[in-house]
Design a protein around this ligand. Structure first.
Ligand code: RB5
Length: 149
């Protein structure tokens, strides 16, 4: 299991606490920045981690900003990425089971560090259900490719 993680300045502290959690659990990850609380543009940091997931260099992405919203919009523009903003444990579970999400997005001003850790544990350990959900995820890919009829 290898994770790609990134954030903007608005979630620098959350990303650092997530790294500590992953270190404690012995989960491998690459930190794609940002590396301080200096102001940066969230699309760049969302893109670099999301692209690494889309390129299959990493199993999942964890991408954070102040709200989780901007980074999710940026990540979802990368082909092959299904990014979900999660604010509770049920969402972290369901977006894996039904949407086969490969990126979880969170907001530092929205979730506690403890909840973020719990959602990550759930997200990376929950299997996609497939079946009828595969058909629906395939339709998402059709939208992405402009081939949905
Ligand atoms: C940065 O100020 C803030 O806009 C960003 O962290 C994010 O919440 C955007 O959606």
């Amino acid at each position: 299991m290898k994770l790609a993680i990134s954030c903007d300045h608005g979630a620098y502290e959350l990303k650092e606490s997530i790294k500590k959690h992953l270190d404690e659990k012995g989960i491998e990850y690459k930190d794609f920045g940002c590396y301080s609380k200096d102001s940066v543009d969230y699309p760049r940091f969302a893109y670099i981690a999301a692209k690494a997931v889309a390129d299959k260099e990493y199993d999942f992405g964890i991408i954070c900003c102040t709200t989780g919203l901007g980074v999710s919009m940026a990540a979802n523009k990368v082909k092959g990425v299904r990014a979900a903003v999660c604010t509770n444990e049920m969402l972290a579970e369901m977006t894996r089971r039904h949407n086969n999400a490969n990126v979880i997005c969170m907001g530092q001003n929205v979730v506690s560090q403890e909840l973020a850790d719990k959602m990550i544990d759930i997200f990376i350990s929950t299997e996609f259900e497939g079946g009828r959900h595969q058909r629906r995820v395939d339709l998402l890919t059709d939208i992405e490719n402009g081939t949905l009829e």
